[in-house]
Design a protein around this ligand. Structure first.
Ligand code: FAD
Length: 399
């Protein structure tokens, strides 16, 4: 009989185990992990650097009042101290994103692993939780393991090659919890237009996602990367949560620093200076050449049109296209390519401070399996660590 079993040795599960053992050193704690090794996803985070939190993270960063209690209890500064207490020092960049001082995600995982070992927390890898039953206040996992308290930290459905295959949702459903509709989040968008000529181009842009009736669903700004299938880059990933199953329009402002009038003036000035210059050559002064080429075609002009041939209305059309370049979104690159899951265990069924289930006493949930998500920049791991610490501490206190 264990005091506490944690399903999933990901970010939130390991934080939960360490916090439980610190709170109650005598507790018999076990982590079950389906994969052959713990924390595989952590190694892939932040492009291998692990953006472990963000100093600007506040409850408002999540657009979900449920997180307020946990994020206030364990703000980014406390997460940084938590890591410092297990031997990992960190640094932050100009956008308040926090990384390990070594710049290696493996350092984050190593420090967690070493502490788990030091504190004598048992870990069973290659052991997937397939079933959970709650019988007379005791949880029985896979019909054999017994525990007084259970924390489900199995993650969502995003990036299933790193272990989060959605099986945690079935465990929670079997215990009577509701799961809200699930969508891929922080993921690339596929579009109807052929973007092969733009592949590899990066721009800083404003992005607005609209539904077919023109209503704005979401917006962001930052880097956009054009790909042959569609759009990628942080700003696009950040609005991808709002695509859901809708057919949407993605509108880019590829020159956020200039107004349409500024663009008009730029083209007019270029025309006066060198009327025989092609419009495409002139536009390279403000945007990547191939993007200029694409825009010229989009407004129905011939690719080699000279500035002298441009009529006033056509200059206005070009300026307007630069500020409102639209693409028909056909979907996303799906869970296989997503960084997070949008949707999850219905949060009203959990206590917002302890993350204990309101339906099954002694059951807790942490991290991405709950219906909580946030933009790129360290906010999702912030939630994973903070919710893990909150649930681990509360579960150990209640023993
Ligand atoms: C490529 C990539 C890059 C990312 N970069 C960042 C970043 O830089 N910053 C940031 O804030 N967020 C980032 N994220 C998001 C972040 O990694 C997740 O939000 C976070 O890991 C969620 O933690 P979790 O503990 O809830 O779940 P996970 O980390 O997914 O862990 C769940 C664990 O449970 C195990 N498991 C699942 N089902 C079972 C079962 N039935 N039995 C036993 N074990 C099971 C899985 O194998 C896995 O180890 C990134 C995600 C990806 C995919």
């Amino acid at each position: 009989m264990y005091d506490l079993v944690i399903i999933g040795a990901g970010a939130s599960g390991m934080a939960a185990a360490l916090s439980a053992k610190k709170e109650n050193p005598k507790a018999k704690v076990l982590i079950l992990e389906a994969l052959p090794r713990v924390g595989k996803k952590i190694l892939a985070t932040g492009n291998g650097r692990c953006n472990l939190t963000n100093f600007s993270a506040t409850p408002e960063s999540y657009g979900n009042p449920f997180v307020a209690s946990v994020i206030k209890q364990y703000p980014p500064e406390k997460i940084v101290s938590f890591f410092s207490s297990i031997g990992l020092e960190s640094v932050s960049d100009s956008e308040s994103r926090v990384y390990p001082m070594s710049n290696m995600a493996s350092s984050v995982l190593d420090c967690l692993r070493f502490e788990i070992e030091r504190l004598g927390i048992e870990v069973l890898t290659e052991t997937k939780a397939e079933s959970v039953k709650s019988v007379n206040g005791i949880f029985i996992i896979n019909s054999k393991m017994r525990t007084k308290k259970l924390i489900v930290s199995a993650g969502g459905k995003a990036s299933p090659s790193q272990g989060s295959d959605g099986s945690g949702y079935e465990l929670l459903r079997s215990l009577g919890h509701r799961i809200t509709p699930l969508y891929a989040g922080l993921v690339q968008l596929t579009v109807k237009e052929n973007l092969r000529t733009l592949k590899g181009i990066r721009v800083k842009a404003g992005v607005t996602l609209k539904n077919k009736s023109g209503k704005a669903l979401d917006s962001s700004s930052g880097e956009i990367l054009f790909a042959d299938y569609g759009l990628s880059g942080i700003a696009v990933m950040d609005i991808s949560r709002s695509v859901k199953n809708e057919n949407c329009i993605c509108e880019l402002n590829v020159l956020p620093e200039l107004s349409a009038a500024d663009v008009y003036t730029f083209i007019e000035r270029s025309k006066k200076r060198n009327p025989s210059q092609s419009a495409e050559d002139a536009l390279t002064g403000i945007i990547p050449r191939m993007l200029g080429h694409y825009l010229i075609k989009m407004v129905g002009l011939s690719a080699d049109i000279r500035l002298s041939e441009l009529k006033e209305q056509q200059i206005h059309s070009l300026a307007d296209k630069l500020k409102h370049l639209t693409f028909n979104v056909t979907g996303t690159k799906g869970f296989d390519n997503a960084q997070i899951t949008v949707g999850g265990a219905e949060v009203t069924e959990f206590n917002e401070a302890t993350l204990e289930s309101r339906k099954v006493r002694g059951l807790y949930c942490t991290g991405e399996i709950l219906d909580v998500d946030a933009p790129c920049g360290g906010f999702n791991l912030q939630w994973a660590w903070a919710s893990g610490i909150a649930a681990g501490t509360a579960a150990a206190k209640s023993l």
